[in-house]
Design a protein around this ligand. Sequence first.
Ligand code: ATP
Length: 320
Amino acid sequence: MIGHARPTSRGAKGMHVTGPPTLAIRQLVKKYHQRVALAGVDLTIERGDWMALVGPNGAGKTTLLRSVIGLIRPDEGSIEFEGRAIDPSIRRASMGYAPQDNALHETLTTREHLTYFSKLLGLDHATRRKRVEEALEFVQLKDRQHDLVKGLSGGMKRRLNIGCAVLNHPRILLLDEPTTGVDPLSRAAIWSMLRQLREEGTAILHATHRLDEVEFLCDAATILGEGRVLYEGALDELRRVAGLPAYVLKLPVSGASASDEGAEGQGNPNARTIEVQDTPELPEAIATLASQGVDPAQVRVCPTSFETVFQALVKSGSGT
Ligand code: ATP
């Protein structure tokens, strides 16, 4: 691994995490003939973690998720769930997977679909009935329960896809681009479903190209590049590793002389931008500006986006 390791366990709402991690992946290797898709990946997820899995096309994200859920057999390495080598019964009982391409049959209704998946999971009759009702509520498709899947919108299909993945009340949920092609309202519905699961302690490993989504939802990210972990850590930590400030303050231009353009630093009230390295320093930086006669209402506070962090790290991690 090139990047930083996380200093401590996080877990939902900062809960103290003890015992083995929910998921521990060690030195995972997968080759498709001569093509190396995973080149020795290490990844650890604790209870309640929400970990983004990001990286350019072909970085190995889907291959990693499919290896964990058992759709691909890795060539080398190990995968443990709560300290035990993973096997099909653990996967069925404790893991959920919502694939990139919806695993749905167009000729079944929404309800039939959930019932079918709950049978595949081996749930008994009474549990099945309860879980199907729960899932319909959860994915907000109760009013469309008797519609054929082919009659659902793209966003509804994505929600149903996630509904199938949570029927077993998974302790870890693997998501492959859950909101691709989904409109903003359906996306918000999916986000709120996932947040609810996380509140209940479900760990989430979330592959996505939507870096705004990572910023909004996830605690930490693993950045893959060419089958390797380039960087891994809490989002703030990754920003620091990239050498980027938490905020850039853009000051009002009036009063700035030409020679001040591009100047930076808290000591110069005419500077056009000021970098604030970490969030706790923000109030003091604004107060300092106010004491120097800058109207705080005129200061634009621009947080560094995860997209900026990602681009900086991928460039440095891949040596470009
Ligand atoms: P994307 O962001 O485009 O979805 P990804 O990060 O999920 O990409 P993977 O789909 O895991 O990447 O692919 C990793 C590498 O493995 C790529 O070079 C891809 O071409 C290759 N690969 C994936 N599946 C197969 C397969 N079934 N046969 C051969 N090569 C494959």
